[in-house]
Design a protein around this ligand. Structure first.
Ligand code: G16
Length: 537
């Protein structure tokens, strides 16, 4: 085995003098730095699978919303969740080994330290988005699995949430917790059946235009639409060119819409139409429309979160389960203050804050029977406890209305991809809720008024100088930066601002909100200048 690892590693050298770190969503950087990283992630995934009695571990190759030249590798745990945090440190250690021999020694010492029996079976599955660099990275991963005798399956082109789904299906197959058929066709069938059940005969009004960021969501959504009965939903798929890699995420997609606060220039949005954008690997979702009178209006992750919480909370009450099930909402510092107030004061649900990254939100959401979590950027989902799912199907209804509420709850727990944020599944859920409520996007928007806000990306000399505390709402380093931010925030009404280093891009992000649009823009600019100053010593 040692010789095999050394020989295989020699074929996938790591680019030296580069500090690799398992970030918000795994290792993410320019694709030409990643071959050795993918190989080493293969070794670690094999170890993880063996440590967990041979359960399948997933590896997703994607850089999501990043430009086409980037790529990334992230590990998915057996129930479809993100890799356990302790293991992120092991991944970082393994990937940073300077030589093949150091890699082998570290691999063996990790196996000993983590009590992994290297003679037991293990399994790794892989999927990738549409980036051309994905092929080579999957080959590096396959070589690692071969060298350590781990069963390996390549599911080729998938959305990130489909890969999470597949991992959970494999590990629950044939058990009472079976999550679905282990294939993309199984995923599509589950979505389609659940959509029809969740609608309960209601109609989805009008056409929905879906901007797919020229990423993997385009072809995958088109495949799903083939199995949904024709009269159920009318979707127009746009920006689905996956043949020209350079257009991926270019002036399109959920990240563009959220950060620019405008619709993609192409195709020209039709005023009044219901539109949504996915990101490059289809795990983020943003809705919007162009109002003929007032212009662009965005319904972001916070809005999707409150819509879900309000709908599910109502169903739980109708089903007579409000005393048995605890519902909670999880947000990050990026959540608009008005959304938090609406959820706490109007929906009367608790809100918990975590640092950025669905891995943090997911974990916090699992503390509730029904946990709703969305980041403002449109990444999120709803998780249901086993007890909640049991009650939906086993509680004896006391009235026809209760019966319908229980059936709808059971259907939406199938429609929502509980493993991770899934733009396509979230989109179908939004459509179901709007159909139930008989709402347009304008009705949805009228639930509360967002505080004007601005999100800015700031390139700095060294983003790692920035350290945060208090769920990323304050900087603990570099010294003096937070005080300068505070002094600007004080000058504006109802204002809030924070800065943090991105875990997926080589940049910092600044968020600001205030009573008026011009104040929010001004505050964001001042804080961005502070970050530029402190980030380039
Ligand atoms: C990833 C994470 C998200 C996070 C986003 C931005 O999303 O999965 O939870 O919000 O990165 O993170 P950061 O601000 O640290 O760059 P995606 O869609 O890029 O995989």
């Amino acid at each position: 085995m040692d010789d095999k690892i050394l020989a295989a590693s020699a074929k996938h050298p790591i680019v030296p003098n580069h500090a690799y770190k398992y970030g918000t969503a795994g290792f993410r950087m320019k694709a030409d730095l990643l071959d050795g990283v993918a190989f080493r992630v293969g070794l670690l995934s094999g170890l993880r699978s063996r440590r967990l009695n041979g359960q399948a571990i997933g590896v997703m190759i994607t850089a999501s919303h990043n430009p086409a030249v980037d790529n990334g590798v992230k590990i998915v745990d057996p129930m479809g969740e993100m890799l356990e945090q302790d293991w992120e440190a092991h991944a970082t250690k393994l990937v940073n080994c300077a030589s093949d021999q150091e890699l082998l020694d570290t691999y063996k010492s990790l196996a000993a330290q983590l009590k992994v029996d290297l003679s037991t079976p293990g399994r790794v599955i892989c999927g990738r988005d549409t980036r051309p660099s994905g092929h080579g990275l999957a080959a590096a991963l396959a070589d690692a699995c071969e060298a350590i005798d781990i069963e390996y399956t390549d599911y080729k082109r998938v959305t990130t949430p489909q890969l999470h789904y597949l991992v959970r299906c494999i590990n629950t197959e044939g058990t009472p917790k079976s999550y679905g058929e282990v294939s993309k066709a199984g995923y599509n069938k589950k979505m389609s059946d659940a959509l029809v059940r969740a609608l309960g005969g209601r109609k989805i009004e009008g056409q929905l235009t879906v901007d797919c960021a020229n990423g993997v969501g385009g072809p995958e959504l088109s495949e799903l639409l083939k199995v949904i009965p024709k009269d159920v939903i009318n979707v127009k798929v746009v920006n689905d060119d996956v043949l020209r890699p350079e257009v991926l995420n270019l002036d399109a997609g959920a990240d563009y819409v959220k950060t620019r606060q405008r619709a993609p220039p192409k195709p020209t949005p039709v005023p009044g139409n219901r539109i949504c954008s996915l990101d490059g690997d289809a795990d983020r979702l943003i809705y919007y429309w162009i109002d003929p009178d007032t212009g662009f209006f965005m319904l972001d992750g916070d809005r999707i979160s409150s819509l879900n919480a309000s709908f599910i909370g109502g169903l739980v009450r109708e089903a007579g389960l409000e005393d048995e099930l605890r519902i909670g909402v999880v947000q990050t510092a990026y959540a608009n203050g008005a959304s938090t107030a609406y959820i706490e004061k109007h929906l009367k649900l608790p809100v918990v804050f975590t640092p950025t990254g669905v891995k943090h939100l997911h974990h916090a959401a699992c503390q509730f029977d029904i946990g709703v979590y969305f980041e403002a950027n449109g990444h999120g989902t709803v998780v249901f406890s086993q007890e909640a799912i049991r009650l939906f199907t086993e509680k004896e209804p006391q009235s026809p209305a209760q019966k319908e509420a229980l059936e709808t709850l059971a259907a939406i727990s199938d429609l929502i991809n509980q493993t991770v944020g899934d733009a396509i599944s979230d989109m179908l859920m939004v459509e179901v809720i709007l159909a139930h409520k008989g709402w347009t996007l304008k009705d949805w928007a009228n639930t509360y008024n967002d505080l004007p806000n601005r999100l800015v990306r700031v390139e700095v000399g060294d983003k790692d100088l920035f350290e945060t505390t208090d769920a990323e709402r304050r900087l603990s380093a570099p010294k003096g930066a937070q005080e300068e931010i505070d002094s600007f925030v004080k000058k504006y009404t109802n204002a809030r601002s924070f800065a943090r280093a991105s875990g997926t891009e080589n940049a910092c992000r600044v968020y600001a909100e205030a009573a008026t649009r011009s104040e929010a823009d001004e505050l964001a600019k001042h804080v961005a200048d502070v970050i530029k100053k402190f980030g380039s010593p």
